[in-house]
Ligand binder design. Structure first.
Ligand code: NAD
Length: 253
């Protein structure tokens, strides 16, 4: 088993070396080691909460309940620091092996680790936006609204309307411009490396199939199996932290 892991890491290193342009797609699994639970993994948030809570209709119909969940979810984000996965990907970018990261995460940890070309496909938890006038607010502002005043719904200081995290909720559309940006990165790549995602959330869940149909390579690193494993050029099941640390070490040799 160990030997098999060594062989797979070696093969991934070869694929990375041969690649002209590698795009990385990351999911919630890259941040679990930073203390932010994923949604569907073995200790995922959906073991504790009903996924319905993070939908666009829940935000509209039950904003107090939605914000209560959002603040619980954001707690670990405030304390989180980049882990070896974020750092390895930033290093691979610096060395010229990764050209872009498309992340489903809203935690900002790729940028904090030093990655430069990051597309936050689902937005960010660090900003909120007024649903009426579009005024943007920092997370710190939201916290001042929530804690001292004991209000459970943060509001715009100009028009008094409710704020929404500047992140895409379930059943909400991804902004077209962001999606187009992803498509142009994927168009130009010859390798898509998926890290820490079940590939169950759209539209990014379909990215591997899309690039494969264009004759490009797909590599997956994930703790568990994904639906696209059989069509991938290489799959490494295991902790991405250990795997990517070893990939960087081998590339540097
Ligand atoms: P997911 O929760 O559906 O799946 C995460 C996958 O990562 C699981 O298969 C799990 O086994 C794997 N995983 C966990 N830790 C790992 C590790 N150390 N190494 C390798 N694999 C590991 O995640 P998803 O596909 O990204 O979709 C979840 C959605 O929830 C996304 O839309 C994302 O925006 C959002 N989300 C974001 C955060 C965040 O910003 N950190 C956290 C939770 C959820």
């Amino acid at each position: 088993m160990h030997k098999d892991l060594d062989g797979r890491i070696q093969k991934l290193v070869e694929i990375l070396r041969q690649s002209r342009k590698c795009v990385v797609l990351t999911g919630a699994g890259v941040s679990t080691e930073s203390g932010i639970p994923d949604f569907r993994g073995p200790n995922g948030t959906w073991k504790k909460y009903d996924p319905e809570i993070s939908t666009a209709s829940s935000f509209v119909l039950k904003p107090h309940q939605f914000w209560f969940f959002a603040i619980q979810f954001a707690g670990p984000l405030l304390r989180a620091e980049p882990n070896p996965i974020h750092k390895s990907l930033a290093e691979l970018e610096k060395m010229g092996y990764v050209s872009c990261i498309i992340t489903q995460n809203i935690d900002g940890l790729h940028q904090k680790a030093g990655s430069r070309n990051v597309i936050e496909l689902h937005g960010t938890a660090w900003r909120s936006v007024c649903v009426n006038c579009g005024q943007k607010y920092s997370f710190e502002y939201v916290m001042t609204q929530m804690v001292p005043m004991c209000s459970l719904v943060p509001r715009c200081m100009w028009c008094g309307h409710i704020l929404k995290p500047d992140a895409t909720l379930f059943f909400e559309e991804i902004p077209q411009q962001l999606y187009q940006q992803c498509l142009s990165e994927l168009d130009e790549c010859d390798l898509l490396l998926v890290v820490g995602s079940t590939l169950l959330v759209e539209p990014s869940g379909s990215f591997p199939e899309m690039v494969k149909k264009q004759g490009k390579k797909v590599a997956i690193i994930n703790l568990e199996k994904t639906w696209f494993d059989e069509n991938s050029d290489i799959v490494i099941n295991g902790n991405a932290s250990e795997i990517l640390t070893r990939v960087v070490q081998q590339i540097k040799k």
